[in-house]
Design a protein around this ligand. Structure first.
Ligand SMILES: Nc1ncnc2c1ncn2[C@@H]1O[C@H](COP(=O)(O)OP(=O)(O)OP(=O)(O)O)[C@@H](O)[C@H]1O
Length: 113
């Protein structure tokens, strides 16, 4: 695989921002540096994603619980956690006895929610 050959040639002394950037590129094509033990995995990458998800969660929950309403559009590369976010929000609200109706533009997409 050409990606593996390229990664093996990279210096082991990549700095954090370089590792983060490579991880983002890898994730955009459903890969991850985790598959390549020869390259250090960027520290804090998962925490950064969790922090971002926490902010989204708080923002949407606040709008719902304060009955402010709103339209929210989550976008990001594949595997970034968009579906996870919607499912988490729906579960959280349902556990508080709220009614959540999920709709999607296709039957296949609706199965994911
Ligand atoms: N905070 C999290 N904690 C644990 N697992 C998570 C978290 N966020 C995402 N994941 C996991 O990461 C994987 C990818 O997430 P998800 O399917 O939500 O991405 P997506 O952005 O909807 O991808 P796609 O655009 O390809 O549909 C899933 O297995 C999901 O369970």
């Amino acid at each position: 695989m050409w990606v593996f050959r390229v990664l093996q040639k990279l210096p082991r002394s990549l700095n954090q921002p370089q590792q983060q950037e490579i991880e983002k590129l890898m994730q955009s094509s459903r890969g991850s540096l985790k598959e390549f033990p020869c390259i250090p995995y960027p520290k804090g990458h998962v925490l950064e994603q969790l922090d971002e998800q926490n902010k989204i969660y708080d923002k949407i929950m606040l709008a719902v619980l304060k009955q402010k309403g709103g339209v929210f559009f989550l976008h990001g590369y594949g595997g970034k956690g968009k579906t996870f976010m919607w499912r988490t929000l729906a579960s959280s609200l349902r556990s508080n006895h709220e009614i959540v109706l999920t709709v999607a533009t296709s039957g296949i997409a609706s199965l994911l929610l």
